[in-house]
Design a protein around this ligand. Structure first.
Ligand code: SOE
Length: 393
C-alpha cells in the first residue's frame, strides 16, 4: 500500500534550512515511517536566494510571504527556520490554520512569549516539535537509555559546556543574514538562547528539571556595527554565560557557554556522574559515548569508549553496517523520522513546545540571575494538556 505524504512548507533557507531539508530527504529512505515527507514549498523574502535553495533541495514551489504559505490547503506542516524573533508569530498563525508545526530552537525570545506559543499550539491540538537535535545523536540517545536503566545510581553532578570562537573579532558586525545571532532584537539573547539552550534541553531530558540557578554573563565587545543601519550600536547579547544550580533530583548543575573560547568551534560536551557509573559525551567525537562502570572488575576497570555504530544501539540498525558511523546531519534525519511516526498517530514529538518552554524558563532564570547577581528560581512548567489528536488523514 502506498504511504501517505506529509506536505512540508518550510519558512527560511539558511544553515538550518539545509539541515532540515537534508533530513526530509533521507528520513523515509532510511527509516520505515508511516508518512513520507514531500518538500512542497519553501518560503523566504529574498526571491533569488529562495529559488537557489528551493531548486537545490527539490522544493516543488516557493512563496515570498509566509502568510500565503500557511493558507495553502496543500501544506500539512510548517517548519520554521527563521531568526528567533519571528518564531512566535509564524508558529501561532500556522497552528491556528491547523498546520502541524516544527520550530527551530530556541522556541521563543523569552518565557512569556513561549507561554503564548504553548497555549496556542495546545489549543489548536496540532502535532509539534522543537529542533533540539542533539537528543537524537545516537550516543546521546544511548546515554538516555543507560541513565533510565538506573545503571548510574544516584546522580550527583551534571556538567555541560558549549564552546565556540566565531565572534571574537571586534570587526564582525551584528544583525542581518547570518549575523542575526549577535543582534538581541532578532535573537532574544546571545549564547544563552543559542548554545546554553542546547545544553539545558539535553540536561532536562537526561536528568530532569532544574529548580534554581546562580549565573553570570558577559558581553566582551560592547559595540558593533549593525549590518542593517551601518551604524555602531550597543551589543545587547550575552557573549558568554556560566551558571550553576540544582536539579530537582538533588544533583548539582555546572554549565558554561561562550563564543570566545579560541580554538573551539562547536565543542558541546556533557558529563553526568552517578554513584555507580559516569557518562561523558563530546560533539566533536559524537559517535562515541564514554562510560565508566564502578562495578567492573578492578583489573579492567576504566573508562570505555563505546563506538555507537552497532545495530543494537539507537537508530543504528537503519544505517550502514556495524562499525560505520554517522554524524551531525543524521540527528535531524532522526528527528524527522520520529516526527513522522508521532504525527501519523496525531501526537507531538518531544521536545514539544511545552518541553522547550521549560528550557526557556531556565534561560530566563540564567539571564535574570546574571542581572540581579542573586540565586533565581526556575519557573515550573505545568503538565501538558491531553495529546494532540489531529492525525494525518
Ligand atoms: C551557532 O553557531 C550554532 O549554529 C547554533 O545556532 C546551533 O543551534 C548549534 O547546533 C551549532 O551552533
Amino acid at each position: 500500500m502506498a504511504k501517505k505524504n506529509l506536505n512540508i512548507g518550510i519558512v527560511g533557507y539558511g544553515f538550518m534550512g539545509r539541515t532540515h531539508a537534508n533530513g526530509y530527504h533521507n528520513a523515509a529512505k532510511f527509516f520505515d515511517t508511516p508518512l513520507v515527507p514531500v518538500l512542497k514549498a519553501a518560503c523566504g523574502r529574498d526571491a533569488t536566494k529562495l529559488k537557489a535553495y528551493a531548486d537545490n533541495w527539490g522544493f516543488e514551489s516557493t512563496e515570498t510571504d509566509w502568510r500565503k504559505l500557511i493558507k495553502r490547503a496543500d501544506i500539512d506542516a510548517i517548519d520554521i527556520v527563521t531568526p528567533n524573533d519571528s518564531h512566535a508569530e509564524i508558529a501561532i498563525a500556522a497552528a491556528r490554520a491547523g498546520k502541524m508545526v516544527l520550530c527551530e530552537k530556541p522556541l521563543a525570545l523569552n518565557g512569556a512569549q513561549g507561554e503564548e506559543m504553548v497555549r496556542e499550539i495546545e489549543k489548536a491540538g496540532v502535532p509539534n516539535t522543537v529542533w533540539y537535535n542533539y537528543r537524537r545523536v545516537p550516543a546521546v540517545t544511548l546515554a538516555k537509555q543507560i541513565i533510565d536503566s538506573g545503571k548510574l545510581g544516584q546522580i550527583f553532578h551534571y556538567r555541560a559546556n558549549f564552546l565556540q570562537d566565531w565572534t571574537i573579532s571586534a570587526e564582525l558586525p551584528q544583525g542581518g543574514a547570518g549575523l542575526w545571532r549577535l543582534d538581541a532584537k532578532a535573537a532574544g539573547s546571545g549564547v544563552t538562547g543559542d548554545l546554553l539552550a542546547h545544553c539545558i534541553d539535553t540536561a532536562l531530558w537526561l536528568n530532569g528539571s532544574i529548580v534554581d540557578v546562580s549565573a553570570m554573563t558577559e558581553t566582551f565587545i560592547k559595540e558593533r556595527k549593525h549590518t542593517l543601519t551601518g551604524k555602531m550600536q550597543a551589543v545587547k547579547i550575552d557573549d558568554a554565560a556560566i551558571f550553576h544550580g540544582h536539579f530537582a533530583n538533588g544533583s548539582l548543575a555546572l554549565f558554561e557557554s561562550t563564543r570566545y573560547a579560541r580554538g573551539h568551534k562547536a565543542l558541546y560536551t556533557l558529563e553526568i556522574n552517578g554513584a555507580n557509573a559516569s557518562i561523558r559525551w563530546d560533539l566533536h567525537d559524537l559517535h562515541r559515548l564514554q562510560f565508566f562502570d564502578h562495578s567492573d572488575e578492578g583489573i579492567v576497570r576504566g573508562w570505555r569508549s563505546i563506538h555507537v555504530s552497532d545495530g543494537d544501539q539507537p537508530y543504528m540498525k537503519n544505517w550502514w553496517v556495524p562499525g560505520l558511523q554517522i554524524g551531525y546531519a543524521e540527528s535531524f534525519t532522526h528527528q524527522v523520522a520520529d516526527f513522522l511516526k508521532a504525527a501519523a498517530a496525531g501526537k507531538s514529538l518531544p521536545p514539544t513546545f511545552r518541553d522547550a518552554l521549560e528550557t526557556q524558563y531556565v534561560c530566563d532564570a540564567v539571564l535574570k540571575s546574571a542581572k540581579t547577581k542573586k540565586w533565581e528560581k526556575v519557573k515550573a512548567v505545568g503538565k501538558a494538556k491531553p495529546a494532540a489528536k489531529k492525525a494525518k488523514k
